[in-house]
Write a protein that binds this ligand. Structure first.
Ligand code: AP5
Ligand code: MG
Ligand code: ZN
Length: 217
C-alpha cells in the first residue's frame, strides 16, 4: 500500500499515520519529523530547515524533494509507504510522480483529512509530542495516561516551537495558498479520498480504513 496523507496543519495526519502504519505494516514517512530529527541532531540540513519552520514557511522544494527521494529508495519502502506532509506544493507533487515512475511505485490512495480552521488552532496549541518516539498527544483531546509522559516509551513530552498561535496562523495561510491547489491535482488523477477529520480520533480512523477497503476492492 502506497498512501499520501494530506490535510492542513493539525488535521490529524500524524495521529492517523500511526494507526495506518500499523494496520498496513508500512513505514510512516513524515517530512516534518525528518526535519525535526535533523534539527535535534544539529545537521546542516536541519539548521537550514529550522529557519523556515520557525516562521511557519515551507522548506524549499529542492531540499524536501531530495530527502524524500532518498527515503523512498530505502529497502523498507519497497512494499509500501505512508507519506505524511509531502507533497505540499504542485512542484513537489510533479517531482514525486517522476520519482515514483523511476522507482516503479504507484500511489494507491491520497487521503485528505478535512477539518475547519478554528478547530485546527485549538488542536495545535494544545498538542504535545514525545521527544523520543514522536507520538502525538493533546492536553484535552488525547492526553497521555501520566501527565507529560509518553504512553508508549516513557519519553518526555514537549511542545513544538511552531505551535504558537502566531506561527499556526502563518502555517494555515501557507497551506491555503501553496498546498490547497494540489488537491485538485490529485482529484483529477483518481484514488482521492476525503475524510471528515472533525470526528473523534477513532471515528476518523474507521472512516479511513473503510474507504481504503473500498478502493482495494
Ligand atoms: P509538519 O510537521 O508536517 O506539520 P503540519 O503539516 O503543519 O501538520 P502537523 O504535524 O502540525 O499536524 P498533523 O496533521 O500531523 O496533526 P496531529 O496528528 O499532530 O511540518 C512542519 C513544518 O515542516 C512545515 O511548516 C514546513 O516548514 C516543514 N515541512 C514539512 N513538510 C514539508 C514539505 N513537504 N515541504 C516543505 N516544507 C515542509 O494532530 C494535531 C493535534 O490534534 C494533536 O494534539 C492531536 O492529539 C490532536 N488530534 C488529532 N486528531 C484529532 C481528532 N480527530 N480530534 C481531536 N483532536 C485530534
Ligand atoms: Mg504531523
Ligand atoms: Zn514516546
Amino acid at each position: 500500500m502506497h498512501i499520501i496523507l494530506m490535510g492542513p496543519p493539525g488535521a490529524g495526519k500524524g495521529t492517523q499515520a500511526e494507526m495506518l502504519a500499523k494496520e498496513y505494516a508500512i513505514p510512516h514517512v513524515s517530512t516534518g519529523d525528518i526535519f525535526r530529527n535533523a534539527i535535534k541532531e544539529g545537521t546542516e540540513m536541519g539548521l537550514k530547515a529550522k529557519e523556515y519552520m520557525d516562521k511557519g514557511a515551507l522548506v524549499p522544494d529542492e531540499v524536501v524533494v531530495g530527502i524524500v527521494k532518498e527515503r523512498l529508495q530505502m529497502p523498507d519502502c519497497a512494499g509500501g509507504v505512508l507519506l505524511d506532509g509531502f507533497p505540499r506544493t504542485l512542484e513537489q507533487a510533479e517531482v514525486l510522480d517522476e520519482v515514483l515512475q523511476e522507482l516503479k511505485m504507484q500511489i494507491d490512495a491520497v487521503i485528505n483529512v478535512e477539518v475547519a480552521e478554528d478547530e485546527l488552532v485549538a488542536r495545535l496549541t494544545g498538542r504535545r509530542v514525545c521527544q523520543k518516539c514522536n507520538t502525538t498527544y493533546h492536553v484535552k483531546n488525547n492526553p497521555p495516561k501520566v501527565r507529560n509522559i509518553c504512553d508508549h516509551c516513557g519519553g518526555e513530552l514537549y511542545q513544538r516551537s511552531d505551535d504558537t498561535v502566531e506561527t499556526v496562523k502563518e502555517r494555515l495561510a501557507v497551506y491555503n495558498t501553496q498546498t490547497m491547489p494540489i488537491i485538485d491535482y490529485y482529484k483529477r488523477k483518481g484514488n482521492y479520498l476525503s475524510v471528515d477529520g472533525s470526528q473523534p480520533i477513532d471515528k476518523v480512523s474507521e472512516e479511513i480504513v473503510e474507504k481504503l477497503k473500498q478502493i482495494k476492492e
